[in-house]
Design a protein around this ligand. Structure first.
Ligand SMILES: Cc1cc2nc3c(=O)[nH]c(=O)nc-3n(C[C@H](O)[C@H](O)[C@H](O)COP(=O)(O)OP(=O)(O)OC[C@H]3O[C@@H](n4cnc5c(N)ncnc54)[C@H](O)[C@@H]3O)c2cc1C
Ligand code: FES
Length: 340
């Protein structure tokens, strides 16, 4: 028997069929909810159940492993309603309107940004443009049925260039190729845009948490907000091991120097913290939690390693952040496959 789901506060409703997940039913009805892996890993879809109950076809999703008992969090990508359900989740009309395309792109320029980070600047064919929102990602198709996801590091603009920041994973099929044999003029096949890590327009101050190359989507989001002269406070926290890993650091330094509402806090976790470093140390999510004891009025955007994203979600919710205001892009490995 189908069950009704109501999204709050929008009051959008839709029916979920037997054996269907809440997310699949929403997408079938043309309603875009936030999601990433669609397999219960990444936590991008995690929302608060305001009323009703859900069950899962297998084990409790990994993304809920850290959620506190009684927090009423659920993972709509796997959740099946057991009756009528009310869910605190915001439909993303902006994402629903954008077609996913497969396109060739030429590597126009490669730039070593840090010992283990390479920027790829990709050019689309003449007269082609990829419509996307700041913070979304594309997949690089590997030719063997596999794909690797990379965040678009630039905000959409008139230029047809796409910027990716690729971290070297030793022995990794794609990133090893980038750091060893790939040359400028190589042609890649891309599929996208994808993802719901996109700007939310409201009146809440924003905290951005980047870990490593998680700076890529954060850069795109901040560039987008700056391009529209956003007046809200924007706190950018960037976690890395050592100072050399804070590639392109002139950007957040310039943003904060040029805008009274933009604040930049680098946080180094080591090993290898520079002897002359007098900035913050420790885990980046802990620095944020220490600076914001009450997070109930914030929007948090978190991009980077899954372990950082999950730890941040847990710590911030403990400080009053409503889960529906935690937006994340966890860089899961490809084996935690993303569905199309
Ligand atoms: C939504 C999304 C956005 C992403 N955006 C970016 C981005 O902007 N920049 C970026 O650099 N990456 C990003 N990633 C990660 C990227 O998609 C790949 O997983 C990563 O580049 C490794 O691919 P590979 O082919 O080199 O390694 P693979 O061939 O997939 O991996 C080989 C082995 O290396 C290990 N491994 C894989 N990835 C990692 C890792 N990250 N850390 C440690 N060990 C690992 C695993 O054990 C794996 O078996 C993103 C992932 C997702 C899901
Ligand atoms: S946990 Fe639901 S989309 Fe990743």
């Amino acid at each position: 028997m189908p069950h009704q789901v109501e999204l709050v506060p929008s009051a959008v409703t839709f029916e979920v069929e037997e054996e269907e997940s809440i997310l699949d039913a929403a997408l079938r009805n043309g309603i875009s909810l936030p999601y990433g892996c669609r397999g219960g890993h990444c936590g991008a879809c995690v929302s608060r159940l305001v009323e009703g109950s859900v069950s899962y076809p297998g084990a409790r999703p990994e993304a809920l492993a850290d959620s506190r008992p009684g927090s009423h969090e659920c993972a709509p990508c796997l959740a099946r309603p057991e009756g009528p359900v009310r869910l605190a989740a915001e439909p993303l009309d902006t994402v629903a309107d954008i077609p996913v395309r497969t396109l060739p792109a030429r590597v126009e320029h490669m730039e070593r940004l840090a010992p283990d980070v390479m920027a790829l600047y990709l050019k689309l064919p003449e007269a082609e443009r990829l419509k996307f929102l700041a913070g979304q990602y594309i997949e690089v198709l590997m030719g063997n049925g596999e794909a690797r996801a990379f965040s678009l590091a630039n905000a959409p603009d008139r230029d047809a260039t796409l910027e990716l920041h690729v971290r070297h994973v030793a022995g990794g099929d794609f990133s090893e190729r980038v750091f060893s044999t790939m040359k400028e003029k190589t042609v890649l096949r891309l599929k996208g845009p994808k993802g719901s890590f996109v700007p939310r327009e409201n009146d809440r101050s924003m905290v951005f948490m980047a870990g490593g190359t998680g700076f890529a989507p954060i850069k795109a989001l901040v560039e987008y907000f700056l391009s529209k002269q956003e007046q809200r406070d924007m706190w950018i926290y960037w976690g890395a091991r050592a100072r050399a890993d804070l590639y392109m650091e002139e950007l957040p330094l310039n943003w904060s120097a040029g805008h009274a509402n933009v604040h930049y806090v680098p946080v180094l976790s080591g090993p290898g913290i520079d002897a002359d470093w007098d900035g913050r140390t420790g885990f980046v999510h802990e620095a944020i939690a220490a600076d914001f004891p009450d997070m109930s009025g914030l929007d948090v955007y978190a991009g980077g390693p899954p372990v950082m994203v999950h730890a941040g979600r847990e710590a911030f919710i403990e400080r009053g952040l409503p889960v529906e205001h935690f937006y994340s892009d966890a860089f899961e490995y490809a084996h935690q496959a993303h569905k199309p």
